[in-house]
Every structure is written in C-alpha cells, then in structure tokens.
Design a protein around this ligand. Structure first.
Ligand SMILES: NC(=O)c1ccc[n+]([C@@H]2O[C@H](COP(=O)([O-])OP(=O)(O)OC[C@H]3O[C@@H](n4cnc5c(N)ncnc54)[C@H](O)[C@@H]3O)[C@@H](O)[C@H]2O)c1
Length: 245
C-alpha cells in the first residue's frame, strides 16, 4: 500500500498499459480517475478499481482537446480536492513510411501523443505547484530513438522527452518529480496489430527473448509514483527487456 490515500489520474486507461497502471495504483491504495476516449472500456476499469477497495471514477475525455484535458483536472479538484499522481499514458500510432504519411496521420499522432501530454501536464502542474507535491509520469516509447514507419510516433515520443525534462527542471523546487518510461514491445491491442513477420524480427532483437506484459510497465510507474522515488526526476527509464541495448 505504497500509495495509500494518494489521488491519481491515468489517461488512456480503458485498456492495455493504462488499464494495468490504473489497477496497480489502486492496488497500492490510491484513489484513481481513469480517463479514456472509450467510455465503455473506462467504465469497466473504474468498476475493477472500486473492487480493490478504493475510489474509482471513469471519465470519457479526448486528451488532444484542451477542454477534454481540463475536464479531468476540474473533476479531480471537485471529487478529491488534490492531485498527487498524473500518468500520461494515452497514445496512438498511425504507421506509414515517411513518403506516404498523410497530414492526418501526422497531426492525429502529434495531437494525442504530444499535445495531449502538454495539456494534461500543464493543468496538473498548476494544482501540484500549489500543494508543493506531485508525481508526473509520462509514457514515451523506445521508438523515440527512431523507427522505420513511425516518423510521426517517434517525433511525438521524442517530444515527450523534451517536455518532461523541461518540466522536471521547472518543477523540481516545488516538490514535483517528472519522469519518463519508455516501454519496448508490450503485449497490448496496439502491438497485437503488428504483422507476425515483423513481430518475429522485433523479438529476435530483444535480449530477454520475450514480449513484455502491461503489468511490468505498471510496476515501474508505481515505484516512480511512490515516496521511494523521491530523489528521481528527469529520468528516462527503459522497460523493454533490453531491446534498446
Ligand atoms: N504496447 C507497446 O508495445 C508500447 C510500447 C511503447 C510505448 N507504448 C505507449 O504506451 C501507451 C499505451 O499503449 P497501449 O499499448 O496500451 O495502447 P492501446 O491502444 O492498447 O491503449 C491506448 C488507450 O489510449 C486511449 N486513447 C487513445 N486516444 C485517446 C485520446 N485522444 N484521449 C484519451 N484516451 C485515448 C485508447 O482508447 C486506449 O484505451 C501509449 O502511449 C503507447 O504509445 C506502448
């Protein structure tokens, strides 16, 4: 129960890694707002959270819209009165080779994966600065290093690093830490869509020779959200079985 009494928000928590994070934070004792664009999924996750004996609230929001992101923080103030942990996890991919990538594919990915993180981090920072405490954990990707077919995704995830490191510097004196997790290849619906042939190539490059589980990302989030990580800020943590080595 490392997060007993803490108030947390996890974006994109209707399924996959975000769902695992929301449940892990709840298992550790946090009350959680589960925010996602998919109302039905996030409703089910909030039910699962409540079964763990803490408060769980489902919110349907599009983080790429300023009003959507701000609705999360208005709700947290009304319901919980404070915000201890923000996990920016919502993200999409729209893969295409650069020469074939459409404006829409570029814009959608940047809007959700980078601008969405900006909207939520800015709104959270306002609350956390006043309370002089906060933990912001942003989910980037090993793809920030560059990956064929992912110019949009890679640019958005590299952008998250710049945003996070800057926020870490600005907010450190206010008792707020900002850290980044870069998952490698994790078993979710996002990666289930990858063709088998490509999956085999990726697997051959992972030293641990297996795909990661959402819970293995969630465990690292729980550590960063806890007081055990009080002196960790601006860190970029790979959770990918050594994929980037
Ligand atoms: N799965 C992987 O291997 C992997 C690797 C590296 C990074 N990531 C990152 O981890 C995060 C979660 O990925 P996942 O694999 O669980 O994906 P997923 O597609 O299974 O889940 C993403 C969730 O985000 C929600 N979402 C999408 N757009 C949204 C919006 N505009 N507003 C609010 N919610 C929105 C979706 O409804 C969904 O519930 C993403 O940021 C992704 O880029 C995943």
């Amino acid at each position: 129960m490392r997060l007993s009494g803490k108030k947390a928000v996890v974006t994109g928590s209707g399924r996959g890694i975000g769902r695992a994070i929301a449940l892990k934070l709840a298992q550790e004792g946090a009350d959680v707002i589960a925010a996602d664009i998919n109302a039905e999924n996030v409703r089910k996750v909030a039910e699962e959270i409540k079964k763990l004996g803490v408060k769980g609230i489902a919110l349907k929001v599009d983080v790429s819209k300023k009003e959507g992101a701000e609705k999360i923080f208005k709700t947290i103030k009304e319901e919980f009165g404070r915000l201890d942990v923000l996990v920016n996890n919502a993200g999409i991919n729209r893969d295409a080779m650069l020469h074939k990538m459409t404006d829409d594919e570029w814009n959608q990915v940047l809007a959700i994966n980078l601008t969405g993180v900006f909207f939520c981090t800015r709104a959270a920072a306002k609350i956390m600065r006043d309370q002089r405490y906060g933990r912001i954990i942003n989910i980037s990707s090993a793809s920030w290093l560059g990956n064929i077919g992912q110019a949009n995704y890679s640019a958005s995830k590299a952008g998250v690093l710049g945003l996070s490191r800057t926020a870490a510097r600005e907010l450190a004196r206010k008792g707020i830490t900002v850290n980044v997790i870069c998952p490698g290849f994790i078993d979710t619906e996002m990666t289930r869509a990858v063709p088998e042939r490509i999956k085999e190539i990726i697997l051959s490059r992972i030293p641990t020779r297996r795909i990661g589980k959402p819970e293995e990302v969630a465990n690292v989030v729980a550590f960063l959200a806890s007081d055990e990580a009080s002196y960790v800020t601006g860190a970029i943590i790979d959770v990918g079985g050594g994929m980037v080595l």
